[in-house]
Design a protein around this ligand. Structure first.
Ligand SMILES: Cc1cc2nc3c(=O)[nH]c(=O)nc-3n(C[C@H](O)[C@H](O)[C@H](O)COP(=O)(O)OP(=O)(O)OC[C@H]3O[C@@H](n4cnc5c(N)ncnc54)[C@H](O)[C@@H]3O)c2cc1C
Length: 409
């Protein structure tokens, strides 16, 4: 027997959950809305955790989507520091960590992702950090205050952003990565070379093409030992080694899981259980744009999916077909934006000047633009988004793509 019932239950107070409750309210959703979130903070944006919040340039409140009064005024109930322990999709009930059993009409599972931890020797030493939440950023900031040399493990955007932020705060930073160049894995070799130079020019030391073997130290980390045997001294370490979708609740609820580690969803984001949608980092949806199931870990995609799930709950069901958008800020040195279907780059076509730091790289595969990275050339990005969405054929027109007016396509 349920203790009470709500119209919509939202599990997870990240970007997807927050966007969903806002869109439900704006769409005039009739039943009560309950958002259950495990974290102590009200729903907040994660991107500042490695950028302005870590730098001390943005305070905690400014990271929130809304303050408590905003939710209260709209009769959206927030249960922070509360977990959904069990979801019974047949009975349409959720058991909370408070022991309360809540019956729901529709539900959104938006449980996000957790950091991917590397279990190497020395991983238990003090001074080794992962970054997902505001609390992690607090711990990194506090530890960095007395550190001189910080080692970042990983070549993706979190390691790059933290290296840039901490360098700006006066720390000596070394990045250790498997990739040949930072961000090359996601955005290709041209972007990788640009970001490598940018980081080096600002004093970040790069150890590329080398893996993490182990950490050494007494109680705290003192050294990072690489697969090549190279040793890098460290007062502290920040790990940027990726994230894994959090499907614990979904798995226990017997929701169908996908091949990419997420919860398998239809094109309009419904899970295998009727009336239960998924959105955000753990949503593996049948993408009409990609032509296959896909899962995307971008802030804007989580927001858009949260809104799409709300629309579906309100009765407007349509395939989720937004072209994924991502951005990364390396301190105030550069901002890169990306639109695209794939993070495995295709043939590269460069527009503008990489040396001058104003360029775009269009990725072309099978005669179509499948992605575009842009630094200081926002117009290119808008055109690329259209070419991707409309699947415009570009075969044989590579020279025009490089030098011509993209409007002409
Ligand atoms: C440091 C950092 C910087 C980033 N920067 C960028 C960027 O610049 N650009 C970009 O596009 N993307 C960026 N991202 C990625 C982006 O933040 C994520 O894609 C986005 O947060 C995903 O939102 P989500 O709602 O799916 O999941 P999350 O934000 O992870 O939220 C899920 C929430 O659900 C909670 N939860 C899980 N299980 C339960 C349960 N059973 N009961 C209750 N609550 C539960 C979790 O505790 C969590 O609070 C960044 C991520 C990080 C960590």
């Amino acid at each position: 027997m349920a203790d009470r019932s709500v119209g919509a239950l939202i599990v997870g107070g990240g970007a997807a959950g927050a966007a969903c409750v806002e869109a439900l309210h704006e769409g005039g959703f009739g039943g009560g809305v309950l958002l259950v979130g495990r974290e102590p903070d009200l729903p907040y944006e994660r991107p500042p955790c490695s950028k302005t919040y870590l730098a001390g340039a943005q305070d905690r409140d400014a990271c929130l989507f809304h303050d408590a009064a905003w939710y209260a005024k709209r009769s959206i109930e927030l249960a922070s520091r509360v977990s959904v322990m069990r979801l019974d999709t047949a009975e349409r009930t959720a058991t909370l960590s408070t022991k309360e059993v809540v019956e729901y009409g529709v539900a959104l599972v938006a449980t996000g992702a957790n950091v991917r931890r590397l279990r190497v020797d020395g991983a238990q030493l003090g001074g080794i950090h992962y970054l997902r939440a505001l609390g992690n950023a607090d711990a990194i900031g506090a530890d960095a205050a007395s550190a001189e040399h910080v080692v970042l493990v990983g070549g993706s955007y979190i390691a790059c952003e933290v290296a840039a932020t901490l360098t700006t705060l006066g720390k000596r930073c070394t990045m250790v990565m498997l990739e040949d160049a930072p961000l090359a894995g996601h955005f290709g070799p041209t972007a990788g070379a640009f970001f490598g130079r940018l980081l080096r020019d600002h004093g970040v030391e790069l150890v590329c093409g080398d893996g993490l073997e182990r950490f050494e130290g007494e109680e705290r980390v003192e050294r990072v030992v690489c697969a090549s045997g190279r040793e890098v001294t460290a007062d502290m370490v920040v790990m940027g080694t990726g994230a894994m979708p959090d499907v614990m609740l979904a798995r226990a609820a017997k929701l169908e899981l996908g091949e990419r580690g997420g919860v398998a969803c239809s094109a309009d984001l419904e899970t295998s259980a009727r009336g239960v949608w998924a959105a955000g980092d753990m949503c593996e949806y049948e993408s009409v744009l990609h032509g296959r199931r896909t899962r995307i870990e971008h802030h804007e995609v989580a927001l858009a999916q949260g809104r799409a799930a709300a629309a579906a709950m309100l009765g407007t069901r349509r395939p989720f077909a937004e072209v994924p958008y991502f951005w990364t800020d390396l301190s105030d040195w550069a901002t890169a934006e990306w639109v695209g279907l794939s993070e495995a780059p295709g043939q590269e076509i460069v527009r503008g000047s990489v040396d001058a730091g104003a360029f775009s790289v269009l990725h072309v595969a099978d005669g179509r633009v499948v992605g575009a990275l842009s630094v200081d050339r926002g117009d290119d990005l808008a055109h690329a988004r259209r070419l991707i969405a409309e699947r415009t054929p570009v075969a044989g027109r590579e020279a025009e793509l490089a030098d011509g007016d993209l409007e002409a396509f």
